[in-house]
Structure formats: C-alpha cells, structure tokens
Design a protein around this ligand. Structure first.
Ligand code: CMC
Length: 441
C-alpha cells in the first residue's frame, strides 16, 4: 500500500482585488511551491454575481497538484521535482511510473515488487477475447483500446472502486491491472487486425520487451530486438508518462470527480487523447512528412501553407510550451540513434529536420513561439521499430496511463474535491412560447 505525502499551496498575506463597477472584491492569493501565483476566485460568483469566463481554460487553474511541474517559457518539465532529462537518462518507464503515482523514487525492494505486480498481470480474462472479434475489421485501435479498457471494470469489478471511496490496496491492484492489460489489449488489437493468433505474455521480459513480443512474435519465430527497439520504446513511454493538466488528463479528472472508477476514467482519457490536436498529432506528423516526401517538395510549400492558415505544421506548437519542448529534444536524438542502429536512412527524418530549421528561422513561427513538441520526432522512432501508424496514438496512451492514474488518485485522496461542473455564458434564445406543430411554418 503506497500513500502519498500531502502538499498544499500557501495563502499569501496580501489579497487580489477585482473592481466591478464601483465595488471592490477581495480574493485570496495562492502560491504554489514553484512560485506560480493564482487569484482564488472560488467565491467570485457568490460575492459579485459574475463568473470568470475562460474558454479553452488557457488561464484557469483547475486543481492543486503535486505531480508534474512545467515552465513553458523556459522549457522545463519535472515529475515530482525530478527533471525529465535526468529521468530519461537514468530511470526506466516503470520506475518513473511509480514515482509519478506514489510521489517518491522506489527503493530496490519496492521497485522489484512493483515491476513483478505489473509484469505478471498481462493475461486477459479469456471471456475478453470475443470482444476483439466483435469490432469491425477497420476499427481504429484507439476506439478498441478505449472500449476494452472500460470493459476491464466488468472483469475486475472488485477493484472498480468509486473514486470517492478510495481504498489504497484496491488502487494498487487496479493500477497494476490497468498498466499491464492495456498493453495486452493494444497488442491483441494489432494481432486481430493482422489475422494473427494471440501471443502469451512472457513476464520474464521487461515491460517494453514483452509488449513487442506480444505484438510481433509468431509461432516458432520469437520477436528479435536487433535495433534496441525495447530501449527506445521504454524511453518513448517514459517521456509520455505525464504532462500536467492537458486535455486527456483534465478529462480523467473530470470523470473521476463524479466518483467514476479508475477503468472508466482512464477510458475517457484515451478518447480525449485520440484527437489530432492532442495525442493524435503523432500520427498526423508522419502523414504530413509522408505527403511532403511523396510530393517531392522540400517542405517550404508546407511551411507557406501553415503560415497562410491552410494547414497546421503538425508536431509544432503547444498551449504551455513557448520554448522547445524538452521531450522533443530527447526524442530527436533518440530518433537518430534508433535509425543508426537499424542502419536505415529514413528520408522523413531529413524532411523533419529541414522543416524544423525552416520554421525556427521564420518570423511567423518565431513571433508565435511555435517550437517542435513531443509528437514531432516520436513517429519516426515508432515507425522505425515497426509500429503501424494507426497504433502511434495507442503508444502515447500506454505511456500516459501512469499520469492519468496519478491524477485520478489525487482526486480520490482529496476529501475536499468536488464534482467538476463549469458554468457557461448562455447566448441562446430568451424565453418563448411553444408553437403547436400545425401552426409552425
Ligand atoms: N502550425 C501553424 N500555426 C500554428 C500552429 C501550427 N502547428 N500551432 C499554432 N499555430 C498558430 C495559430 O494558428 C495561432 O495563429 P494566430 O495567432 O495568427 O491566430 C497561433 O499560432 C496561436 O495558436 P493557438 O491555436 O492559440 O494555440 P493553442 O494553444 O490553442 O493550440 C496546439 C496548441 C498544440 C493545439 C496547436 O499548436 C496545434 O494545433 N499544433 C499542431 C498539433 C500538435 O502538434 N498537437 C500536439 C500537441 S503536444 C502533445 C500533446 O500534448 O498532446
């Protein structure tokens, strides 16, 4: 059972004042541990009758969290205080997952018990296999992942606990089941698509090795990792493990705030991740690079299309980073090393490099502070290790599961957390009388 330390922001002595008409309203000022300040507007409506309007939540703090810190201006990303660069160099995906969920680096005994729990949980309930058969043959693997992850709560109902009644032992069991079985679901979806029979997991392998084995091994022909694929995939998962209050994580928190169980909440996060503005961008980047390659353009045509608003340079720009995404720097280097090990010269990497250089020297991108994000180079690595393009976002989801679960746990552990329920500015019709059907034009 692993409980987290409690953190909270400090309330400053001075307050913030908002003047509406002739009236001043005072609100407390909160300060986080990295000196990020906020005006606590929770009583704005009851005091003044007004609400805060912030479409897209670009300026709204939806929670206090002690998991991940990002400074988008400086390009800083830290999990539980540890810089992403150090974790990428010295840690592994499972160790970082533990850190993200439980707040501390595990010691040797704890880490080995944690790994054992996850690695030994890969086998799906046999009653789940027909689920894969029920999907249309062209089903997107993200649809399958979201649906089948949700279904896990029916096969493990003893751990599908209401987030309002957190039992830490249940959380530990549910989170190990989810981490491990999401990987088996992803591999099984691929095999179903390829017409291949299921492949038993091998719990003696590492998390990434076993995933590649379940995806690609064939009867009598075990998958051979000749290019450091499992190491590259482990790094890919680690770099995606959490990223503060992004669209899918906020979705998980929103769903969890209603009391929904872990499996249902993570399934909702998977759906939110699917979109091309979020996790779906890693697929869109490769499609863009392939289209540029096929057209024979050097990329400048695409840059012009992005500047004129006809296209988006996929893998570029971020709501929070106004500097180079530190994950993109690490993945850019990893892409080169994977391709070198395979001995492949992927023209898409050259195109990506050219696009990056051109964009970073172009006024349009400089003015808007648009830099490569995590998705810009990740697809080149996934493609090199044989992951099909429509599974790229599934890989992102597998990596992000620890972050989603840590955020679910934060909601569940906070006795003060309330159901998330934003307000709106209604802009529809004023009251009008119902018109009988025969009298309508
Ligand atoms: N290519 C061209 N112009 C862009 C791009 C881009 N990739 N991203 C933003 N802009 C422009 C945008 O058109 C706007 O221009 P203007 O001021 O003239 O109207 C300006 O930059 C500000 O952009 P925004 O739309 O206000 O930015 P946002 O914070 O709402 O959106 C974003 C962030 C990531 C959705 C967006 O940058 C984007 O669509 N990028 C491409 C998709 C992508 O790579 N997504 C992955 C994000 S990182 C992984 C993750 O967290 O999921």
């Amino acid at each position: 059972m692993y409980a987290n330390k409690e953190y909270s922001s400090s309330i400053m002595d001075n307050s913030g004042t908002i003047r509406i008409g002739d009236v001043n309203y005072d609100f407390p000022i909160m300060m986080g541990t990295e000196s990020e300040g906020a005006i606590d507007l929770r009583t704005l409506r009851s005091k003044s009758g007004y609400i805060a309007f912030d479409e897209g939540y670009g300026n709204t703090g939806s929670c206090e969290s002690s998991i991940t810190f990002i400074n988008g201006e400086k390009g800083i990303l830290r999990h539980r205080g540890y810089p992403i660069e150090q974790l990428a160099e010295r840690s592994s995906f499972l160790e970082t997952a533990y850190l993200i969920m439980y707040g501390q680096l595990p010691n040797m005994v704890t880490l080995s018990a944690y790994k054992r729990n996850i690695l030994s949980n890969a086998t799906l309930d046999a009653k789940m296999y027909p689920l894969f058969e029920g999907f249309h043959k062209d089903s997107h693997p993200m649809a399958m992942l979201s649906a089948i992850v949700n279904s896990l709560c029916t096969y493990h109902s003893e751990y599908a606990t209401n987030s309002r009644k957190l039992d830490l032992e249940h959380f530990d069991a549910a989170s190990s089941i989810l981490m491990s079985k999401a990987r088996s679901i992803a591999a099984m979806s691929y095999r179903k698509k390829m017409g291949l029979p299921m492949m038993e997991s091998d719990s003696n392998k590492s998390y990434a090795e076993d995933f590649l084995h379940m995806m690609f091994s064939k009867q009598g022909m075990p998958y051979e990792d000749t290019c450091g694929a499992s190491k590259a995939l482990d790094l890919f998962f680690l770099l995606h493990a959490d990223h503060e209050q992004n669209c899918s994580t906020s979705t998980v928190r929103m769903v969890a705030s209603s009391g929904a169980n872990l499996f249902a909440s993570i399934s909702a996060g998977i759906s939110a991740l699917w979109g091309p503005s979020h996790g779906g961008a890693n697929m869109a980047v490769i499609e863009m690079l392939e289209a540029i390659h096929a057209s024979g353009d050097d990329g400048s045509g695409f840059i012009e299309a992005a500047k004129s608003g006809q296209a988006k340079l996929m893998g570029f720009g971020h709501r929070v980073y106004k500097n180079y995404d530190p994950r993109a720097k690490i993945l850019g280097k990893s892409a080169v090393s994977v391709l070198e090990k395979i001995g492949v010269n992927d023209p898409l990497l050259d195109i990506a490099r050219r696009l990056e250089r051109a964009a970073l020297e172009d006024d349009y991108f400089i003015k808007r502070k648009l830099y490569p994000n995590v998705d810009f180079y990740s697809g080149i690595i996934l493609k090199a290790i044989g992951i099909p393009v429509d599974f790229f976002t599934v890989m992102f989801a597998l990596g992000r599961i620890p972050g989603w679960m840590a955020n679910w746990k934060e909601i569940a552990e906070n006795p003060k957390s309330r159901i998330h329920r934003p307000r709106q500015i209604y802009i529809g019709e004023n009251e009008r009388n119902f018109i009988k059907l025969e009298k309508r034009k």
